[in-house]
Design a protein around this ligand. Structure first.
Ligand code: DGI
Ligand code: FE
Ligand code: FE
Ligand code: FE
Length: 189
């Protein structure tokens, strides 16, 4: 079993400096959001440390880990490779890092696409990933403001910005990304 310090050392060694800085930002923001919205800050911190652990793995390694796991979503392999690191990270968190907490595992697993009926910790980590201090994209200021009063409003704006960007790039939109956004919009009605 890894201590927090050992985890940080191992995870930071699997990514370039810049990505580790992003992870530190997600850790800070996820803890703040957890405290604000009543999630467990210790779980938020752990999920944030691990959320992008697989981001810089070779594509073949992500693919192999997803193919070999009995409970992974193989459908993902038909979609953009950008979507694979959260599933591979989820599997690694459990198998390699001994994370057993279902909320933490879910927050890692769903941090890119979201899912329908996102849990509180899923929302906290997904939103922290959008608005950590190092992030800079056109809508980030608006999303940071929304995050001050509503997790859900901010997340809708986050998914909207992702979907808009994907549309301008003529990328295939993963259906779950749309379902997550629609579910939140309906939740807010
Ligand atoms: O890993 P991060 O960069 O911190 O952020 P992330 O896990 O949210 O991943 C963002 C990437 O995932 C970005 O390149 C866009 C891509 N992405 C997210 N949703 C979709 C998607 N790509 C496609 N093709 N379809 C999606 O629905
Ligand atoms: Fe990610
Ligand atoms: Fe991230
Ligand atoms: Fe408001």
């Amino acid at each position: 079993k890894y201590s927090r310090e050992q985890l940080i050392e191992t995870v930071s060694g699997q990514m370039p400096e810049k990505r580790w800085k992003h992870t530190l930002g997600v850790m800070q923001t996820a803890v703040e959001l957890a405290e604000k919205y009543g999630a467990d800050p210790v779980k938020a911190d752990l999920a944030a440390i691990l959320h992008d652990v697989a981001k810089y793995w070779p594509v073949e390694q992500m693919k192999a880990v997803i193919e070999e796991s009995s409970e992974s979503n193989k459908e993902l392999l038909k979609h953009d490779k950008q979507l694979w690191h959260s599933e591979a990270g989820f599997i690694a968190a459990r198998k390699d890092y001994g994370v057993e907490d279902a909320e933490v595992l879910n927050a890692i697993r769903w941090h890119t696409s979201g899912r329908e009926e996102m849990g509180l910790l899923d929302k906290v980590v997904c939103l922290a990933d959008y608005i950590e201090p190092g992030r800079d994209f056109p809508d980030v200021h608006k999303i940071r403001e929304l995050a001050q009063h509503s997790l859900e409003e901010a997340l809708v704006a986050g998914f909207d910005s992702t979907i808009s960007l994907l549309l301008t790039q003529r990328k295939v939109i993963y259906p779950l990304t749309v379902l997550s956004r629609n579910y939140l919009v309906q939740q807010l009605k």
